[in-house]
Design a protein around this ligand. Sequence first.
Ligand code: ZN
Length: 247
Amino acid sequence: MRYIWMLLAAVLSGPVVAQGYLVKGLSQFSASEQAMLRAWLDSGEAAMHRLLGPLPFVTHIHLYPRRGAEPVPWAHTWKGARKSLHLYVDTDFGANDFTHDWTLYHEWSHLALPYLGEQHRWWAEGFASYMQYHLMEQVGVLRGSAEGQLQRRWRQYQHYFHSNEPLGVQAQSLIQQGQYPPAYWAGAQYFIRVQQRLPHKDLMSLVAKYTREHYNAAHGLKNVLEILDRLAGKPVFSNTYRQMTEG
Ligand SMILES: [Zn+2]
């Protein structure tokens, strides 16, 4: 019922035709686990809504039981005609563990931008890593600011980057070697640099405008960067990309 009301509100409020999420797989969990998982997804969706506004698509969430060392031992997204999150969850963990876990925020962030291909993965992962902390800030589970946490992560992994190659090139190589954390936090540096070059604009607001109004218009990273440049009023996205990949 809640979903229907949200859908109706979105239809009445303008060009965005749908929002919200649908969840599959809940029946594999007990009633109390279902309530916990629902509350967790609801708070994630509320944070998405506060950061990006109504999304132009419904998020299809698939839940699977899985035992592991953390609340969400495995997850991935699918950005075909249906935008989906696939979350493998260990309900031995409690509500508080789920709310503080980064995975849901990271995976949902991936849906804000289209799939851009394996060769640009450092950039896409950098974006999801950047946005996940902004979502966690919205939920109220981050100690300090999102920017502060991102810089702390970067300092933790900076020692991986010692060649003279541009940071984006090194990050992409690390992904190919399976060294994900340093690559992700290096990728997030791209967005920190763009934000620093837009002192009077909020990067997440530009992304929100992109997601709501241009989601299906762009094909390929170059095109996405051009649209973001237009929204920013200067070619800061394309220029920063060039600097981080061509030196
Ligand atoms: Zn990711």
